[in-house]
Design a protein around this ligand. Structure first.
Ligand SMILES: *Cc1c(COP(=O)(O)O)cnc(C)c1O
Length: 392
């Protein structure tokens, strides 16, 4: 059996070559070196300066390229650095279509930064493919997709969207942060660039800020590498090492967290005080069938709506296990309040349009015992519901 026949859980741990070539060390060394001595006057080695390339970062870049099934992987200082650098492939006069309820930082970059360089955009509900088709302009060059979207877990049909993109000579970029290559492989479905906030599930321990990009073909990979080197927002060697270590345990972490997320979603769905539960693993989710077709799992993030802001506050005040914080995809469960956290960069009117109401909470399921988490939710919801009844 060749290496490529292995399951992703195996590939997460073993690369094309075993360990580090020179010594056999099973972990990639951290090359703390900004520059590299050249042995010959007229023939330079593979590395010259660490902004352009570093062996530890390169090991990570090769790893993510292999996992996503692309030709070139690139590691950036943050998810936003990866996303922004990919969008810098656009030129003045171009137009980009973007998922309506995209990550708040991506919304900010597209609407506040790209606009100043005369790169136009339209936010569109990509669950509606006809609306997406209608929004394409003669100068549309990129369709930028997040699925499941954040925080309402809307599902875009990736293969259908890619058909539309190809018919209109557009590239497709997909933010695969929520699914990771373990559950969703957009390049196999025809996407041109896959982007990650590796800060989340890929790293998994709330210790590193990092971004990754993978291109389907070499030519686009070279163009993005040129931007990476020009713009200079690269991932450092130590963070590259931490991320490589995090990736090894992704299979165990994401599978356990996703199983727990399913149980928590079922629990919340049955609770009378909870208005809506957004989780693509629930058969009542409008994108359930599409998601199941294009992804191997529903993931470990869900959102749910309580009746109003004071109910959300009462829940947050009384829940004991999760941390109350931005971010997601970690060993510890993370509860967040999108209206003032992940989507604070979005004006209130824009938020409401996207279903990011004042009662909405997002929950990223960690590795705690799921029964403990459900018991914790039970007691916090009990208090929140009681307070709502007496009108505190
Ligand atoms: C966190 C996140 C980002 C931004 O990544 P950073 O590493 O924080 O820069 C982009 N997209 C999604 C879906 C995210 O969750």
């Amino acid at each position: 059996m060749s290496h490529n026949d292995n399951h992703l859980e195996t590939k997460l741990i073993h690369g094309p070559q075993r360990g580090e070539v020179q010594t056999g060390a099973v972990n990639v060394p951290i090359y703390f070196s900004s520059t590299f001595h050249q042995n010959s006057f007229d023939e330079f080695g593979p590395f010259d300066y660490s902004r352009s390339g570093n062996p530890t970062r390169e090991a990570l870049e090769e790893k993510i390229a292999e996992l996503e099934g692309g030709t070139r992987g690139l590691a950036f200082a943050s998810g936003m650095a990866a996303i922004s650098s990919a969008l810098l492939l656009l030129s003045a006069g171009d137009h980009v279509l973007v998922t309506k309820d995209v990550y708040g930082g991506t919304f900010r970059f597209v609407s506040e930064v790209l606009k100043r360089y005369n790169i136009d955009h339209t936010f569109v509900d990509m669950t509606d493919l006809n609306e997406t088709k209608r929004a394409i302009k003669p100068n549309t060059k990129v369709i930028y997709v997040e699925t499941p979207s954040n925080p309402c877990m809307n599902i875009t049909n990736i293969p259908e969207l890619i058909k539309i993109a190809k018919a209109n000579n557009c590239l497709t970029f997909i933010d695969n942060t929520f699914m990771t290559p373990l559950y969703q492989n957009p390049i196999d479905l025809g996407a041109d660039i896959v982007l990650h906030s590796a800060t989340k599930f890929l790293s998994g321990h709330s210790d590193v800020i990092a971004g990754l990009a993978v291109t389907k073909d070499k030519e686009l990979g070279d163009k993005l590498a040129f931007i990476q080197n020009s713009f200079g927002s690269i991932l450092g060697a130590q963070d590259s090492y931490h991320l490589l270590q995090g990736i090894k345990t992704l299979g165990a972490r994401l599978n356990q967290s996703s199983n727990s997320a399913m149980q928590i979603a079922d629990y919340l769905n049955e609770h009378s005080f909870v208005k809506d539960v957004y989780y693509p693993g629930l058969s009542a989710h409008p994108g359930y069938d599409i998601h199941k077709n294009q992804s191997a799992g529903a993931g470990a993030v869900l959102s749910f709506n309580l009746p109003n802001k004071s109910a959300a506050k009462a829940f947050v005040d009384n829940v004991r296990i999760p941390v109350f914080a931005v971010s997601l995809g970690a060993v510890e469960s993370i509860l967040s309040y999108p209206a003032t956290m992940s989507h604070a960069a979005m004006p209130a009117a824009e938020r409401e349009k996207r279903g990011i109401t004042d009662g909405l909470l997002r929950f990223s399921v960690g590795l705690e015992n799921v029964n403990d988490l459900i018991a914790d939710f039970e007691q916090a919801l009990f208090i929140a519901e009681k307070q709502a009844r007496v009108g505190v």
